[in-house]
Design a protein around this ligand. Structure first.
Ligand code: SF4
Length: 343
């Protein structure tokens, strides 16, 4: 960790209230069986996750498919009610609010979905899609104001007002994602969960959408939870990064620290799989190959959840749950053997 990064993280944590504060969040899906639909177990999709997000910052959330990233995003927005834990938004506890109270906060916290093909209603025009939240939350008083705002939003995301009367199928994947982003920013939110917003797009247009998100962030002082399995893209956009494995966060650090000094063995494995452009450096790098698949969240292993695949696991890892501890200001890790100098 560089001194500068350490200082920025420490100063922010000491002086600023987080916009989003998540503590011990869990989301378990019951497994039902038999004629009487008895509960026989639970899929522990999110299992005790804690983090803060500050105004105007991007927290990247990375991990393999099935690690619980998207469920975390949905649970913290109350799109799926959490099983337990606390989610505070601007100091307000969301988990104990009524539906109508959460709904009144909805303009301030939005979501951009992974698949722009599925998330836009094919029977609605772009104007109806982008204008829907404006009408629903009475953000405009008449149709002329509504039309002006829709035009403004389309321009902000790089589309043209002339696109307003077209349908989603008339657009490319990248343009459809821009429509989804226009809808998400329609009510001037403070916070957006971006759930794999570029995963379904051609590689050639992924960077354009990420650049758009960055530009809007600067323009509107947005905070993002940026969910992705793409370590390279997260490095580009995030200020801090949390690494998730089997429903838990195993490492959280400022972006430079996480990519230059990855400490948890799982972060190291993810990091080593990212190709580097320099062929010499690429050839000389050691690769950490993970054996096997991520275990089922219906039957998570005891002890450290990563011990069944960890290349450096020791005997106690199979039964002792590692403590979530702060190695240096802002650098957190859950591993028995991580220390300040790495391994
Ligand atoms: Fe690997 Fe043990 Fe650390 Fe878990 S606690 S990451 S199994 S060394």
């Amino acid at each position: 960790m560089t001194d500068t990064t350490t200082e920025v993280v420490a100063t922010r944590a000491a002086h600023e209230e987080p916009l989003v504060s998540v503590r011990d969040l869990t989301k378990h899906f019951p497994i039902m069986k038999g004629l009487l639909r008895r509960q026989v177990g639970a899929v522990r999709a999110v299992d005790g996750v804690s983090f803060d997000i500050y105004r105007g910052e991007t927290l990247g959330l990375v991990g393999e498919s099935g690690s619980g990233k998207s469920t975390t995003g949905r649970a913290l927005l109350e799109l799926d009610s959490p099983t337990s834990g606390s989610v505070k938004f601007d100091g307000l506890e969301l988990t104990t609010m009524s539906n109508s109270q959460v709904r009144s906060l909805r303009p301030r916290m939005q979501m951009v979905f992974q698949n722009p093909h599925a998330s836009l209603n094919p029977r609605m025009t772009v104007a109806s899609i982008v204008g829907e939240p404006l009408s629903e939350h009475k953000a405009v008083t008449n149709s002329s104001e509504r039309g002006d705002r829709i035009n403004e939003l389309l321009t902000m995301v790089g589309l043209r007002p002339a696109h307003a009367n077209r349908y989603p199928h008339e657009f490319s994947g990248g343009q459809r994602q821009r429509i989804g982003i226009a809808r998400a920013i329609a009510l001037s939110p403070d916070f957006i969960v971006c759930d794999e917003p570029i995963a379904a797009l051609d590689v050639s247009i992924q960077a354009q959408v990420v650049n758009l998100l960055e530009r809007l962030q600067n323009q509107l002082s947005l905070a993002y939870l940026f969910i992705s399995h793409d370590m390279s893209m997260v490095r580009h956009i995030a200020d801090r990064v949390a690494v998730m494995y089997l429903g838990r966060i195993v490492e959280l650090a400022p972006v430079d620290v996480l990519y230059e000094q990855p400490t948890h063995p799982y972060t190291r494995a993810l990091h080593s799989a990212v190709p580097v452009p320099d062929p010499k450096l690429e050839a000389s790098r050691g690769r950490v190959i993970l054996e096997g698949d991520i275990p089922s969240p219906a039957h998570p292993p005891p002890g450290c959840p990563f011990h069944t695949r960890c290349p450096v696991a020791r005997a106690n890892c199979a039964h002792d749950v590692p403590e979530w501890r702060e190695l240096k200001p802002g650098h957190w890790v859950a591993c028995h053997f991580a220390d300040e100098s790495g391994w």
